[in-house]
Write a protein that binds this ligand. Structure first.
Ligand code: ADP
Length: 794
């Protein structure tokens, strides 16, 4: 058959040769060289077929593809290391039919394959043009196909030929190219090539994008690197030692030295790198510098050695404070528990009491006894959660919250922090500081407290917190739950005098440089200061007055050249000026309609008198003296009660139609409120209506209900101290308050008779002098004349 050819066979590795295409390659294998020689000696035709696997050294028939190309050798030349370089041109496709010899070179019979001819011009042109377009695109992307090949390739009008030309010149693997070679239908071949090229173009586009990106970032990094190096050089030239880079190195060294937790150190190092990249002048860099300076200044590892020695603690507390026995023993118990449990257990102590009663100074002593640093945070008036927890550092002027500021101030991580006035904290739209405080105080959470500014967690579990408050009423309930309340009540005058003599006088003398001078302050003078110059439960005002006394004395020592000074109750006014307060004294006589009540204010206990006048009128009740709503309501309840007791009291039962009642509580400038004056008001009204005088040495306190029951009240200790101060002998108290008598100082208890009562009848029995009835006022009765008027009112 004329289309069968017996030819030397040359196996190709990694390449595929197409008909009509010229290709050059090196021949190295000996068998192949021999095949080449044989062909050269014959008609220069050779059968080229690609190996399935390029690695195979001696391919057998199965290692070769079935379809190859009959080619003409155009040129041979000696190449490097004994190889031959050949230039061949493909003639036509051919199928490997049989191998007839394998040595010294492979001889085969190859069947020439006729190309299917596409007949229609339009079809041909359509295929050629599509392939041309896509090849064009491919070429612009790769630019690695030599233009002349491209031009040569595009001049073909036969789609089969053109497809072969394109296939030979594109950069695809030999396996794919072999597929193109094996396809004898030119249209199908073109389609396959178009598909392969489209895919290749997509891949090229993506890889180009990646390249551009990578190159861009490398260039940027390089640029920054060069600029930074340049900056360093400039900085060096200008004599600035190291600029931000130097600062960053210092930060890094500090971070390393602190041995922080991994999470914290990583975060800080990240900030340092950011800082390093910024211009030293930018505002961002000063924000980060400020941040790093703050965080690194925190006492991450520094602490004082705590020393819970109960005996020493007791000594310190006793040395610093007079009295306060209950408080001291509660504190010692608390410390004992802390020692037993290793400091973790035990809630936070809160000292509650009027101002100047030594809360702050007890806390200071505790710190001293335990060898802890003392820091005070004033919480009074704060509304904003950020006050506790700080502002995020992106805010202008942001800084850490008060807790972290306190820790910084202490410079150790285990200070004693006094949370002063937790009852004065508010909350509004800016968040609830109490909630943030809860987190601070909670042992389950505070080992990793996150301040918004600091950002990294800080361990607060070593801090000891003590809180103070004036009253429990305004402390938010969840906070109250967490704290252990220790109440400090006000001092009696005797206690104040002792505190003044033992602590305040020596302290103020020293402060004013008088400790070596001869100065005596007599007890009478001290008592006068307490009664006439101060009105308080604590001793802060007393200390202030003693301070001014000492300053005046210092001035006298110098200006009058005095050798010694003696201050007595006689000359006290020449030092402190006229008396500022007058003593609230007992009434001179047993009076009708005047009753002594007891009040409790934030500065301690006080007495107040309630006065009632009854006059002919039309049933009006007038309440004056700056009374609050609660107090007004208890006045109404008191009057209603008396209306139910007219028979027992022997008063005209329709008094509420024919009399006006005016109730007044003197010192109208001072606002008064609360329910505890209930029984006092009722007694005053009853006395005014009956004409029975009230015993002048009786004082009382208690809430009244409509049915005359007497309910318990607060602040009994302060109230009884106030009563004792003005010489009251009998105090009527609600039965339910009996247990509170334990808190009343011994001197007061021995000087006053307390009468516990359950209802109003018992109060009236104890307070009214029934045998001294005064007929100063007769209640008018309803008559025919005023009947109509009275009915309207009733
Ligand atoms: P608070 O914190 O309760 O308002 P402070 O602790 O500031 O009161 O006390 C005011 C002053 O009174 C301090 O100088 C304190 O030393 C002194 N002081 C209060 N109570 C006593 C006491 N029991 N013994 C000695 N000094 C006292």
């Amino acid at each position: 058959m004329e289309n069968l050819h017996t030819l030397p066979l040359l196996p190709l590795r990694n390449i595929v040769v197409f008909p009509h295409m010229s290709v050059g390659f090196d021949v190295i294998r000996e068998k192949s060289m021999k095949a080449l020689d044989a062909a050269m000696n014959g008609n220069k035709e050779i059968f080229l077929v690609t190996q399935r696997d390029a690695e195979t050294e001696e391919p057998s028939v199965t290692d070769l593809y079935k379809i190859g190309v009959i080619a003409k050798i155009e040129q041979t030349a000696k190449a490097h290391k004994g190889a031959s370089r050949v230039m061949v041109k493909g003639i036509c496709r051919a199928r490997l039919c049989k191998i007839t010899a394998e040595s010294p070179y492979i001889v085969c019979i190859a069947e020439e394959l006729k190309e299917k001819k596409g007949g229609q011009m339009i079809m041909n042109e359509g295929f050629v043009r599509s392939l041309e377009n896509i090849f064009d695109e491919y070429f612009t992307l790769t630019k690695n196909v030599p233009p002349q090949t491209f031009i040569a390739a595009t001049q073909e009008n036969d789609p089969g030929c053109f497809a072969d030309g394109v296939a030979a010149n594109i950069n695809l693997g030999y396996r794919i190219k072999q597929e193109f070679l094996e396809e004898s239908d030119p249209y199908v071949r073109t389609e396959k090539i178009i598909a392969a090229l489209s895919k290749e173009i997509e891949v090229l586009k993506v890889s180009r994008e990646i390249e551009i990106k990578v190159k861009g970032s490398i260039e940027k990094n390089q640029r920054e690197y060069f600029l930074r190096e340049e900056l360093k050089v400039i900085e060096r030239e200008l004599g600035r030692r190291d600029g931000t880079a130097g600062e960053a190195d210092t930060y890094r060294a500090t971070i390393k030295k602190l041995h922080l937790k991994k999470e914290v150190a990583e975060k800080l190092l990240k900030e340092v790198s950011r800082f390093e990249k910024m211009s030293a002048m930018s505002s961002d860099s000063s924000v980060i510098r400020n941040y790093l300076d703050t965080v690194l200044a925190l006492p991450w590892n520094r602490q004082t050695r705590e020393n819970i020695d109960i005996i020493k603690a007791k000594e310190v507390l006793d040395a610093d404070h007079y009295g306060l026995e209950k408080v001291k023993s509660r504190i010692l118990e608390y410390l004992a528990v802390r020692k037993m449990t290793g400091g973790r257990e035990g809630s936070v102590i809160c000292l509650v009491g009027p101002p100047g009663t030594g809360k702050t100074s007890v806390a200071k002593s505790v710190a001293r006894a335990l060898n802890r640093k003392y820091v005070r945070i004033s919480l009074g008036g704060i509304h904003d959660e950020a006050d506790i927890r700080g502002h995020r550092k992106t805010y202008i002027g942001a800084m850490q919250g008060r807790i972290m500021s306190a820790v910084m101030e202490a410079k150790v991580k285990n200070p004693l922090i006094l949370l002063d006035e937790i009852d004065k904290m508010g909350s509004d739209y800016r968040g609830d500081p109490a909630a943030a405080l809860l987190e601070v105080l909670d042992f389950e959470q505070n080992f990793a407290f996150r301040d918004h500014f600091i950002e990294v967690p800080f361990d607060l579990s070593n801090v000891m917190f003590i809180a103070t408050a004036n009253t429990l009423e305004t402390i938010p309930a969840p906070l109250l739950d967490r704290i252990e309340v220790i109440e400090i009540s006000g001092y009696t005058n005797q206690e104040k005098a002792c505190i003044a003599e033992r602590y305040l006088l020596p302290k103020q003398m020293k402060k004013n440089g008088l400790e070596n001078r001869k100065i005596t302050v007599e007890l009478s003078a001290v008592n006068d200061i307490i009664t006439y110059y101060t009105r308080e439960s604590g001793v802060r005002g007393l200390e202030r007055e003693i301070g001014s006394l000492m300053r005046k004395a210092a001035e006298k020592f110098l200006s009058e050249n005095r050798r010694n000074i003696k201050i007595t109750s006689k000359n006290i006014t020449s030092y402190l000026g006229k008396h500022r307060f007058r003593i609230d004294e007992m009434n001179d006589d047993d009076d009708v309609g005047i009753v002594r009540g007891l009040a409790w204010t934030s500065v301690g206990g006080d007495t107040l008198s309630v006065e009632v006048n009854v006059m002919p009128g039309s049933g009006k009740i007038e309440l004056t003296g700056n009374l609050g709503d609660v107090m007004k309501e208890s006045a109404m309840a008191a009057v209603s009660y008396i209306r139910t007791r007219t028979k027992q009291l022997g008063i005209y039962d329709k008094f509420y139609k024919t009399c006006d009642i005016h109730l007044h509580v003197p010192e109208g400038a001072v606002p008064k409120d609360g329910p505890s004056a209930g029984i006092t008001i009722a007694t005053a009204v009853a006395s005014a209506l009956t004409g029975y005088p009230v015993r002048r040495d009786v004082a009382m306190t208690g809430e009244i209900t409509l049915r005359g029951r007497v309910l318990p009240i607060g602040g009994l200790r302060e109230k009884s101290v106030a009563a004792y101060r003005i010489g009251i002998k009998t105090v009527i108290i609600p039965q339910d308050n009996l247990p509170d008598l334990d808190d009343v100082p011994e001197t007061v208890r021995s000087g006053i008779r307390f009468i516990p009562v359950k209802n109003m009848d018992e109060v009236l029995k104890a307070a009214l002098q029934k045998n001294k009835k005064e007929q100063c006022f007769i209640i008018p009765e309803v008559t025919e004349d005023n009947k109509k008027e009275c009915e309207v009112r009733a």
